[in-house]
Design a protein around this ligand. Structure first.
Ligand SMILES: [Zn+2]
Length: 107
């Protein structure tokens, strides 16, 4: 019990993800960004970025205006989340070890 050896005898090195959850590859340091939810300082390549379109007009009013054929401008708001906030907000899911390797395409 408690032996970190596999059946074949080699010791397993505890590494959950090959990338360490980051996307910097072999480049050295990346800058830091602040999580827009909790304010934590996260490496820029580790943070999850989400862009959403925000309208200044109330959605119900916007729908009516659109039906009348007017164009309503929207603003693009990019938010950066730390990993724990992204998990909490349901932006990323905790995956099985076997499914962790395949990367879903992000916009
Ligand atoms: Zn956060």
């Amino acid at each position: 019990m408690g032996d970190p050896r596999t059946a074949s005898g080699e010791v397993q090195v505890g590494k959950k993800r090959k990338s360490g959850g980051r996307s910097k590859g072999s480049s050295g340091k990346t800058g830091n960004v602040q999580c827009s939810k909790c304010g934590r300082i996260v490496p820029a390549d580790k943070a999850k970025r989400y862009t959403k379109r925000v309208s200044a007009v109330d959605p119900q009013l916007a729908r009516e205006l659109r039906q009348q054929g007017s164009f309503i401008q929207t603003k693009r708001v990019t938010q950066t989340y730390c990993v724990s906030c992204a998990v909490h907000a349901g932006k990323v899911q905790i995956r099985q070890a076997s499914k962790r390797r395949d990367v879903r395409k992000r916009r």
